[in-house]
Unconditional design. Structure first.
Length: 200
């Protein structure tokens, strides 16, 4: 795969990711939910940008996270360029890196800019480019909306660990960027031998 094709893939993912986030942000109130199917819902939430909504405590936690992610995505970008330049790299590897890069970059856009281009989404629709944004540069929140609660119920008591408890599968809420990252990582795991072929 050429670098131009990898860039095109990244561009398409970023476009779909950002269009979906801007649409949700300007058409949904925080916490608003729409049932598409019984197993698929659109549910608007925001988080600080770490996996599963984890936060880094402290006044500079968010800034540290964003700067760390900028360094990480730069390293991934170099990995992509180097893999394309290495004519022996497989398309599996290049596609996987491109997906991971696009997903990471998509969430970085939220973290860096959303705090200054949107106002608050609590109890009202957010405005794009408002007079009073909800945050500052590098302190934006990541928009998530895709929710797939395939099954919810009470587990039998004889099951270890979760027995006798209410359980939902699965309860993660994510976005297109997260899907790209997960798909890229999945390619590296499932097609590991093709992504990293042995060279004699």
């Amino acid at each position: 795969m050429t670098l131009k094709k990898a860039y095109f893939l990244i561009f398409i993912i970023l476009l779909v990711d950002q269009v979906s986030k801007i649409y949700i942000k300007t058409n949904f109130i925080l916490g608003e939910e729409v049932n598409v199917f019984n197993w698929f819902k659109i549910l608007f939430i925001e988080n600080e940008g770490m996996a599963w909504g984890t936060e880094i405590p402290g006044a500079y936690g968010k800034l540290f996270l964003t700067l760390f992610r900028l360094v990480a995505v730069s390293a991934i970008g170099y990995w992509l360029w180097d893999s394309v330049e290495n004519k022996q790299s497989s398309n599996y590897l290049i596609v996987a890196i491109a997906l991971i890069f696009a997903g990471a970059f998509g969430n970085i856009i939220d973290s860096v800019f959303y705090g200054i281009i949107f106002d608050d989404s609590h109890y009202k629709l957010a405005t794009l480019f408002p007079e009073k944004p909800y945050g500052i540069l590098f302190h934006g929140k990541v928009v998530d909306m895709l929710y797939f609660p395939f099954w919810e119920g009470h587990l039998p008591s004889w099951l270890p660990v979760w027995g006798g408890k209410d359980f939902k599968f699965f309860n993660a809420i994510f976005n297109i960027a997260d899907m790209a990252i997960s798909t890229g990582v999945g390619i590296l795991i499932v097609f590991n031998k093709r992504a990293f072929p042995k060279t004699d």
